[in-house]
Design a protein around this ligand. Structure first.
Ligand code: BGC
Length: 437
């Protein structure tokens, strides 16, 4: 009898496990699967306002590491105290190794790829477009096309030519003219190869850190600079979107927004006002950009809890940067943006996880909630994991130590090594479905 019970238990466990294993969520036909990068973070040897800033700030950043910012797991990442960590230098040398990287992405089942064109390469000197660099990005685009991968091209991922910064950056009204001139050139050149343009990446984060807080280039701290910069960037976006539409009426135009889930846990009387205020400011750029967009890009990483009580987050629920892992949030943000009635692409979603312990489950769980949003009528058409490669993490200037890649980079040899999660994500991309475990 005892044996029977034990056998039955084992069987029921097996059935449960099988059931768990066979729970499969399928994505819509034609769903785009890929990963994202940005030029300065992976290409190497860029010459822009960030390169300059790194030279002047690396020493300070290494001294401040572990104190002001990184109390979380600092013993695990001694690189954060090294000046070299804060100099982008050769990065992943993706500028020269893009074919090898795209081969890997293709072998991982990716049918799309998001990357940015580095403005300072195309227009190192004001008004002079560099034909060799234009040719370079043409080759990059052709390499993607040859591998059957749809390019999503970002035009502003926070870096700018040095001359642009010397002329006042985004605080100067002429910035609108400068940026849209670059956009006109680039879109005119590549319209035959590119359908999806991500005009700007995370305007709120880029402007917030670069202008309001001043913790990253151009470090023009203060609310006045921020407001000037923010509205000029918006005007530049609008002008650029109209230019793109004129050059190629069939082009898809969007913005990649950093969309955090704000979990408001306060006294009910203050709930609606808090939610409205947070929504007003965090989605301000997006709201105004909607009339010029044909799709919405969502960059989702974590949630912020707004509460009078501080709650500790368990270590297993944090990534290496200490950010909370909260998959359900992606569902809430998608649902809250459904009202805009445009197609969505998850243009970034990922985590710093050097040991790759949490990434496989992170992807699976986030996709499960993306799928739930799709089932409830949100038109999500693609997912780009951040990132294809480990890279120079530049939000708030963290440098090389946070490891965001599906593919690990050995920065000494520049060898690429796909992580376990790369293969797990490959199964998802190839089958267009997620198996829930
Ligand atoms: C940015 C990326 C960055 C990532 C991880 C996003 O805010 O677009 O450039 O590396 O977050 O922090």
């Amino acid at each position: 009898m005892e044996i029977d019970i034990a056998m039955e238990k084992t069987l029921s466990e097996q059935v449960n496990n099988n059931q768990k294993k066979t729970e499969t969520l399928t994505f819509p036909t034609g769903f785009l699967w890929g990963a994202a990068t940005s030029a300065h973070q992976v290409e190497g040897n860029t010459n822009n306002n960030w390169t300059e800033w790194e030279k002047n700030n690396a020493e300070r950043l290494a001294k401040e590491a572990g104190g002001k910012w990184q109390t979380w797991q600092q013993e695990k990442f001694p690189e954060m105290f090294d000046v070299k960590n804060y100099i982008s230098g050769q990065a992943c040398d993706h500028y020269n190794r893009y074919k090898e990287d795209f081969d890997l992405a293709k072998s991982g089942g990716h049918n799309a790829h998001r990357f940015s064109i580095e403005w300072s390469r195309i227009e190192l000197e004001e008004g002079k477009f560099d034909e060799r660099e234009i040719e370079h990005y043409r080759k990059v685009l052709m390499a993607l096309k040859a591998r059957g991968m749809e390019p999503f091209v970002t035009l502003w991922h926070w870096t700018e030519p040095i001359w642009f910064q010397e002329k006042g950056g985004w605080t100067d009204k002429k910035s609108i003219e400068y940026f849209s001139r670059f956009v006109e050139k680039v879109v005119g050149e590549y319209q035959d190869l590119v359908r999806f343009w991500v005009v700007v990446n995370e305007p709120n984060v880029g402007m917030g850190f670069g202008y309001l807080l001043g913790s990253q280039p151009p470090a023009k701290k203060g609310p006045v600079n921020f407001l000037r910069g923010f509205f000029n960037l918006f005007a530049a976006f609008k002008k650029s979107a109209l230019i793109i539409k004129k050059i190629d009426p069939k082009a898809e135009i969007g913005v990649a927004n950093s969309i955090t889930h704000y979990d408001v846990k306060i006294f009910p009387g203050l709930y609606y006002i808090t939610v409205s205020v947070v929504d007003f400011f965090s989605n301000y750029f997006l709201r105004r950009a909607i009339p010029y967009c044909t799709f919405i890009g969502c960059n989702y990483y974590s949630r912020h809890v707004i509460s009078s009580r501080k709650k500790d987050i368990a270590p297993e629920k944090r990534n290496d940067l200490g950010w909370e892992i909260y998959p359900e949030g992606i569902y809430h943000v998608l649902k809250s943006l459904k009202k805009y009635n445009l197609p969505f692409y998850i243009t970034e979603n990922g985590l710093a996880d050097a040991m790759d312990e949490k990434r496989p489950q992170f992807i699976e769980h986030h996709l499960r909630f993306v799928q739930q949003a799709i089932q409830e009528g949100v038109d999500v058409r693609g997912y780009f994991h951040w990132s294809l490669l480990d890279n120079f993490e530049f939000v708030d200037m963290r440098g090389f130590w946070p490891r965001f890649g599906l593919i690990e980079i050995d920065y000494k040899t520049l060898k690429r090594k796909p992580r376990k999660s790369f293969y797990e994500y490959a199964n998802i991309c190839k089958n267009n479905e997620v198996d829930l475990t």
